[in-house]
Design a protein around this ligand. Structure first.
Ligand code: FDA
Length: 388
């Protein structure tokens, strides 16, 4: 038997596995119920075009965490891709996030930063001293009604399948408006896409003589050699699956939003001229279209075909892929109850986005896995060989 079992081969699980194997000389068994490694960051070449498609939604790597940046560069180089997003509203394309270019295009104006700031401040004052009682009022109080209704209201309604007047104000805490023409999407120090793709990066992390990865293996399937009752209590387990599933949903199910993707190969070299186009209006059923060739302009992709993916958002049901935690008051109560139960399982370490019920960017998942190794797992394996 291995020294430790890691459930889930996403960035969290693979970071833990790689560090334990390399730094502490530990034998690690990784299991994943999917037929491939990498969790939601997995990508593959679309067979007819060779264009790399991110199967679970577009993944852009960015971080300001130097430790994470140094770590990920052990497994891949990054391109100099810089992410920019546009949005279509009433037949016109605007730059996102809302910036001076968006404001001036929308109001047909030529404001400088101070004038734009004054305009938005005035429009955002509509509610006076009243505290916003729902997401609609919150949006108006943050950026004023015109910009909120054009760019946020219907897009949010599509994401949540709910009228924003019926959504809690707390969903949107900030709506940043940039009073410059900078429409770079991320503000982080480091940004880019893995030169050879995500799957090559993830495979290099798993490629260690002390790591075995077994796919198509559900940790709760008793017929599999590595399963919950065969391992918990015998070896330490790092569990990155859904925390409610681990406890058989005993405290109730945690709620998630999921996404449906509709992929299409089109006979053109360029469909939309950019990688991500949002659709802000209610009459378009999808929230955005990704065109994957634009993530890698440096690659020699075909000039006569392209791959696009329309993204639709809805509430997840059991069996759907959980993507974004909804985090209602009930969810928070249930999560507290699950957290109390995880404390009763000292040999099981819950991590990653599903194991902790929180949205984590890739760099956050990797960073928190490195912290788990430092703080919780190193004390168990600290006497191992090859320590750094
Ligand atoms: P992840 O979900 O990747 O891995 C968990 C693994 O556990 C899965 O492979 C699953 O099959 C496995 N598992 C679950 N239950 C199991 C069981 N019972 N038995 C065996 N295996 C089991 N981040 C970013 O930095 N930039 C971006 O652009 C994006 N974009 C993005 C788009 C969308 C639509 C989403 C939903 C997420 C992003 N992310 C992102 C976030 C990114 O996907 C996230 O950081 C990583 O997936 C987190 O890695 P984890 O290992 O925590 O989970």
């Amino acid at each position: 038997m291995s020294d430790v079992v890691v459930v889930g081969s996403g960035f969290f699980g693979l970071t833990v596995a790689e560090r334990l194997a390399e730094q502490f000389g530990v034998d690690v068994a990784v299991v994943d119920r999917r037929p491939h490694i990498g969790g939601n960051a997995y990508s593959e070449a679309e067979p007819t075009t060779g264009i790399e498609v991110h199967r679970y939604g577009a993944h852009l790597f960015h971080t300001s965490n130097e430790r994470v940046w140094e770590y990920v560069n052990r497994f891949t180089r990054f391109t100099d891709y810089v992410h920019r997003v546009y949005t279509t509203h009433h037949g016109e394309v605007y730059p996102m996030p809302i910036n001076l270019g968006t404001v001036n295009q929308f109001f047909r104006s030529a404001h400088g930063p101070d004038a734009a700031r004054a305009l938005i401040r005035e429009q955002a004052a509509e509610l006076g001293d009243r505290t916003p009682s729902n997401l609609d009022e919150q949006g108006v109080s943050l950026i004023g009604r015109p910009l909120y209704e054009a760019f946020i209201r219907d897009y949010t309604a599509k994401q949540w399948q709910t009228d924003p007047t019926e959504l809690p104000a707390s969903i949107i805490k900030r709506l940043p408006v940039r009073y410059t023409y900078d429409n770079r999407y991320f503000n982080d120090t480091h940004e880019g896409l893995p030169v050879d793709g995500y799957t090559a990066w993830l495979e290099r992390m798993a490629d260690h003589p002390r790591i075995t990865v077994t796919l198509d293996t559900d940790f709760f399937d008793e017929s599999q050699p590595v399963n919950k009752s065969a391992t918990v209590g015998r070896v330490p387990v790092v569990y990155t699956g859904p925390v409610d599933r681990y406890f058989d949903f005993a405290q109730g199910e945690l709620s998630w939003r999921t996404l449906d993707f509709e992929q299409e190969v089109l006979p053109t070299g360029d469909f939309q001229g950019t990688s991500v186009m949002n659709y802000a209006d209610a009459d378009v059923p999808y929230t955005r279209i990704h065109e994957f060739r634009h993530f890698h302009p440096e690659r020699d992709y075909p000039q006569d075909s392209t791959v696009i993916m329309r993204e639709f958002s809805r509430f997840a049901e059991r069996g759907d892929e959980p993507y974004y935690p909804i985090n209602t008051a009930t969810d928070r109560e249930r999560l507290e109850a699950y957290r109390a139960r995880t404390a009763e399982e000292p040999q099981v370490f819950f991590g990653g986005r599903l194991g902790t019920y929180q949205y984590l960017d890739m760099h956050m998942a990797i960073g928190s896995a490195l912290s788990m190794v430092d703080n919780k797992l190193a004390p168990l394996f600290g006497a191992g060989v090859g320590s750094e």
